[in-house]
Design a protein around this ligand. Structure first.
Ligand code: AMP
Length: 399
């Protein structure tokens, strides 16, 4: 078990909380989805209730180590001020003079949000000097940013070198994410069904291999299905394919057979000549994709097939959209699968930013048992990898 914020004696102290406030913004810098901010509130409130002076830090987008006003955390500060009781201050820099001054004057039960961590080059380089400057701001370190735990960045990994076991722990959100993912893989109620999609096999190959011995059924949709269909000798036209992974796809299918895992692939697709809303589309069986056309979503027969296959699931894990859901014409397959999973009488777990987005757009977010906030991180947990941000938060004598 990771160490919990509850295990630390933080009463009246200065705490640094690494949050994941990497929220989507529209062209006018409005936050379009504030779930990540809301999920950080329990840990922040716990610290405020223990009379802590709270320092919050997060990245937003990819400013590449320079100050970019468009990626300021100001919108996050405003939203946080509405969600938390005290008004939240924002410093003008990350570890500079303004931050030092504001931290010095920060009183118990007050909150200071640092500017975007990635305005400093040291953040993504896991730079120890930068991490030390962050660490010097507080007595305790709390990581509540699951979405970045698979990255060795200064505020996630290097910073932990400056806090001992009694002064560093996971926040409630991180604890929940990790325990949920681990338990899910260890003791799933059966049948355990994994639904995977998205663009590439390459990004999910290891996760697929790791899932195979654990699941009862594997449903593959999205762009990655075409590498498998090609491996079956089907002519997939211009659909997305990773030629160099066709052999791996054959291996995964053979291994599934050996293990008795039922593997489902699309039987029909929504095909078009270009990937745009105004292109002509048609529904075709996968064997009949016309020359020069590509499959951009699963078709109605596949949706029905997948619905049948999901029917008896007790645990359903979903990672990756079934089609190019960003374009309305190719979003129906993903929406339908989202509804089917949401309605299932099963423990339903959604991982990945895109998939969480599909679920939110389909209005199904409240009906899923668990939506992981971190896409890459949740995949790496499934792959069985040790996350660099989480490893330092285990006690030395535990796994
Ligand atoms: P990933 O990041 O690998 O999870 O992939 C997510 C992306 O896959 C989304 O942006 C989708 O638009 C894309 N995608 C899903 N299905 C297809 C498809 N059939 N062809 C091309 N791209 C797809």
């Amino acid at each position: 078990m990771v160490r919990s914020v509850r295990d630390m004696d933080i009463e009246g102290k200065r705490v640094f909380i690494r949050c994941d406030f990497n929220v989507p913004l529209d062209d006018f810098l409005n936050i379009t989805d504030d779930r990540r901010i809301k999920s950080a509130v329990p840990t922040i409130k716990y610290c405020l209730d223990h009379n802590c002076a709270v320092i919050l830090a997060s990245h937003l987008g990819r400013p590449g180590g320079v100050h970019d006003p468009k990626l300021s955390l100001e919108p996050v500060q405003k939203r946080l001020s509405r969600l938390l009781v005290p008004s939240v201050q924002l410093s003008n820099d990350v570890v500079g003079e303004d931050t030092q001054e504001k931290v010095k004057n920060l009183k118990p039960r007050e909150v200071l949000l640092l500017e975007n961590l990635r305005f400093e080059k040291g953040e993504t380089k896991n730079d120890e000097n930068f991490a030390k400057k962050l660490a010097d701001l507080a007595d305790f370190y709390i990581n509540d940013a699951f979405g970045v735990c698979h990255r060795a960045h200064a505020s996630v990994e290097a910073i932990t070198r400056f806090f001992d076991e009694d002064h560093s722990a996971a926040g409630f959100l991180l604890q929940k994410e990790i325990n949920f993912s681990r338990n899910l893989l260890k003791n799933p109620s059966r049948p355990f069904i994994a639904v995977v999609g998205g663009s590439k096999v390459s990004g999910k190959l290891q996760a697929l291999k790791n899932l195979l011995p654990r699941v009862d059924k594997l449903l593959i949709g999205g762009g990655m299905a075409f590498t498998f269909l090609k491996a079956q000798g089907i002519d997939i036209g211009n659909s997305l394919v990773e030629e160099d992974l066709v052999d791996e796809a054959t291996f995964v299918m053979a291994r599934a057979k050996e293990l008795g895992v039922k593997l489902y692939l699309p039987v029909d697709v929504v095909a078009a000549q270009t990937c745009s809303q105004d292109s002509t589309m048609k529904f075709v069986p996968t064997q009949e994709i016309p020359k020069g056309w590509m499959g951009l979503d699963i078709g109605p027969a596949t949706t029905r097939l997948f619905r049948e296959a999901l029917n008896d699931g007790q645990t359903i894990l979903w990672n990756g959209p079934m089609g190019v859901f960003e374009i309305p014409k190719f979003s129906r397959g993903s929406t339908q699968i989202s509804h089917t999973i949401a309605e299932a009488h099963a423990t339903t777990v959604v991982g990945g930013g895109d998939t969480a987005d599909v679920v939110a757009r389909s209005g199904d977010a409240d009906d899923m048992a668990f939506i992981s906030t971190g896409g890459g991180a949740s995949l790496e947990l499934i792959e069985g990898k040790e996350l660099p941000g989480v490893k330092p938060l285990y006690n030395k004598d535990e796994d």
